[in-house]
Design a protein around this ligand. Structure first.
Ligand SMILES: [Zn+2]
Length: 298
């Protein structure tokens, strides 16, 4: 792997006719793979979802805002969830991390093994109630599913291009993506040029693996001969914000009857980072006591 720092670029094309987002997520996909020990098929799925949600995080405005993508499918790959916040911190997990299919080629075909299903986008912004939009999977390759979400759920014409390249030993060589949104005032002729450019652009993870930066891929392929600029750059990291206190609050929410069943202590594991939190017999008793104290007051 070359020196791939997780980065998200936000920019504009032809004045403000199109919004542009570009992300290099190689290091984040590698970290997700290492934390969860996921096999190639789920690594590709997670890699595309990580890139998609990283791109979408570029639209977040409120300080504590976050966006999630969730795929729920009927096929053996099942799906996964990835969350990003405005600060560029991402976390996620695959529902079927260690799926392995006997035909080696099958282990690259994400859409085929997701089958029918949905892609949901959940946006949370500070104190406001979360917004959820959902579309049926178009082909389960995530890029076209996300474009369908923007088209149907948000009435925004968008082009999405995602790529993940892995080694035979599941090392992530390159991962990233581009999202271009057409704004109402955009010249349709420019939209056509971008569409044509995208059709002629080789696989972006192959280009990244050859050593091309996001800017070079934009210049030489996707936005060839167009005027564009980057307005902001954010670094991206795989970071889980779980804590013992968070798990304790979650346990309290389960209520007394449920806590009673955990009398001997429990060791919950965080789905996102695999950290284990130990709650002993005494800890559970303390939680039951504080649940009782709280509920007596009400
Ligand atoms: Zn965690």
């Amino acid at each position: 792997m070359k020196d791939h720092k997780g980065r998200l670029l936000r920019g504009s094309i032809a004045g403000d006719q199109f919004r542009l987002f570009a992300a290099d997520t190689t290091s984040i996909v590698q970290e997700a793979r290492d934390i969860h020990d996921i096999y190639p098929l789920s690594t590709i799925l997670m890699g595309r979802m990580i890139s998609a949600v990283a791109l979408m995080s570029g639209e977040l405005k409120a300080p504590r805002a976050q966006v999630s993508i969730r795929v729920d499918a009927e096929g053996p790959l099942k799906g996964g969830i990835v969350i990003a916040n405005k600060e560029g911190n991402l976390k996620g997990y695959a529902f079927q991390p260690q799926l392995w299919l006997p035909d080696i080629q099958d282990n690259l075909l994400v859409g085929k093994h997701l089958g029918k299903g949905t892609l949901s986008v959940i946006r949370q912004s500070g104190m406001k109630a979360p917004y959820t939009g959902r579309v049926e999977l178009v082909d389960g390759e995530i890029g076209s599913d996300l474009a369908a979400f923007y088209e149907r759920s948000e009435q925004t014409a968008s082009a999405v291009n995602l790529g993940v390249l892995i080694d035979q030993d599941a090392r992530v060589r390159a991962a990233g993506g581009f999202l271009i949104q057409q704004l109402p005032q955009a010249d349709p002729e420019l939209a056509r040029i971008i569409t044509d450019n995208l059709a002629l652009t080789p696989n972006i993870s192959d280009l990244m693996d050859m050593g091309l930066s996001l800017e070079e891929i934009l210049n030489r392929f996707i936005l060839k001969n167009l005027e564009w600029k980057i307005n902001k750059e954010t670094s991206l990291s795989y970071l889980c914000d779980c804590s013992r206190e968070r798990f304790a609050r979650g346990l309290l929410l389960l209520g007394k009857a449920e806590l009673e069943t955990m009398r001997e202590g429990i060791d919950p594991v965080c789905h996102y980072c695999n950290n284990t939190y130990h709650f002993s017999e005494e800890d559970i008793q303390d939680l039951i006591t504080s649940w009782e104290d709280h509920n007596e007051k009400i």
